[in-house]
Write a protein that binds this ligand. Structure first.
Ligand code: SF4
Length: 354
């Protein structure tokens, strides 16, 4: 998943890419930063060779071609990092892409299980596949009880990739907790439709911390009313911030969790789409009431702040020039908090409480 921009990602220390390559899945992918990086490094012998489309003259285009590579030589990088880091997993792919096998995903979870000193931030636009992966892990229990069976599965997958010696050195604690307390599982949502589709799957996945990257924000989102029905789930209306059903009249399954963290950001780069700051203020207000931590990452390159903007009513952003506040910002990503309206200067972190 790419939320990376030149100059780093404000909510992480480090990126780790044991997978390369992806394909677009929704409107949030339209200006995918990872595709642009991949195009630059896709020549013969370069890391992204064979992963992007070519035009009729054989030149690389800034668009993934759907191929995904498992990068075995980078799989164990975190085992070598001695100091604790906060690590964004797969800034140049989506861990739960269809072309990454469950065994490969499990090996990556094996590394995360064997590196408890690091915090891993996983972000996907494919949470239905994430859910299927966790169900697959649960089914590979090798006759062991719950937690031990799941750890056994991911450590065995890691052993298949790295061999006996490394496995023996790093996977000595099969009794550790599950879900892994050092893995934060998140979904990207750019608008209400994708929130309705993706958040119910996220809530169904086992995770110590569940989070949402609302970036690039392309429309207002009401996290208190995730309309799972409209997305084909049978869960009725869910308040994803509290985990409570808000529509008791319809069949639903108890949402087994709630959101711990929401990252908010407008789109940056050429062709950035409008980001109404009223959307951000609304999410901050929703999260504050529910006790969910929020992190405003950036206002982006096309942030508007209409004087009378109201979230929910603001799907059409006024085009009068004075509303486009990005034009007045020195930081072209809108990432300098000092330039923001005071009520948006919020950078909180989730407490690992579950
Ligand atoms: S899922 Fe993420 S990495 Fe893949 S195309 Fe979309 S934005 Fe890019």
């Amino acid at each position: 998943m790419s939320d990376q921009r030149k100059g780093g990602i404000a909510w992480t220390d480090h990126t780790w890419n044991p997978i390369r390559g992806c394909s677009r899945v929704s409107a949030g992918c339209e200006n995918c930063y990872a595709e642009q990086v991949a195009r630059r490094w896709s020549g013969p012998g370069q890391p992204y060779e064979g992963l992007v489309r070519l035009d009729k003259d054989g030149k690389s285009k800034a668009q993934w071609n759907g191929r995904v590579k498992f990068i075995a030589e980078h799989l164990t990088d975190p085992l070598r990092w001695t100091r604790p880091r906060t690590v964004f997993v797969n800034s140049m792919s989506d861990l739960f892409h269809d072309n990454v096998s469950f065994s490969e995903i499990a090996a990556i979870f094996g590394v995360m299980a064997a590196s408890p000193r690091h915090t891993f931030q996983v972000l996907t636009k494919r949470p239905a596949r994430a859910r299927a992966f966790f169900e697959w892990v649960a089914a590979q229990d090798a006759g062991l009880d719950g937690t031990a069976g799941r750890l056994h599965c991911v450590f065995e997958a890691l052993r298949a990739e790295v061999g006996e010696e490394l496995h023996r050195e790093h996977c000595a604690d099969p009794d550790g907790p599950w879900p892994l307390p050092n893995v934060w599982l998140g979904v990207s949502v750019e608008d209400q439709k994708n929130a309705n589709q993706r958040i119910p799957h996220l809530l169904a996945c086992p995770a110590a911390v569940r989070w949402v990257s609302y970036e690039p924000a392309l429309g207002p989102v009401d996290f208190r009313h995730i309309d799972a029905d409209s997305a084909g789930h049978e869960w009725g209306q869910i308040d994803s911030l509290t985990g409570r059903n808000t529509d008791m009249g319809r069949p639903w399954h108890d949402a087994p969790g709630k959101l711990d963290w929401i990252v908010i950001g407008g789109e940056s780069g050429t062709g950035a789409r409008p980001f109404d700051l009223a959307w951000a203020r609304s999410v901050l207000s929703q999260a504050r009431k529910a006790g969910t931590a929020c992190f405003v990452k950036q206002l982006g390159a096309n942030a508007t702040d209409p004087p009378n903007g109201l979230c929910g009513a603001a799907t059409v952003v006024p085009d009068h020039a004075e509303a486009i506040i990005s034009k007045r910002l020195k930081d072209r990503k809108g990432g300098d908090m000092d330039e923001w309206p005071e009520n948006l200067r919020v950078r909180e972190w989730p407490g690992v409480t579950k």
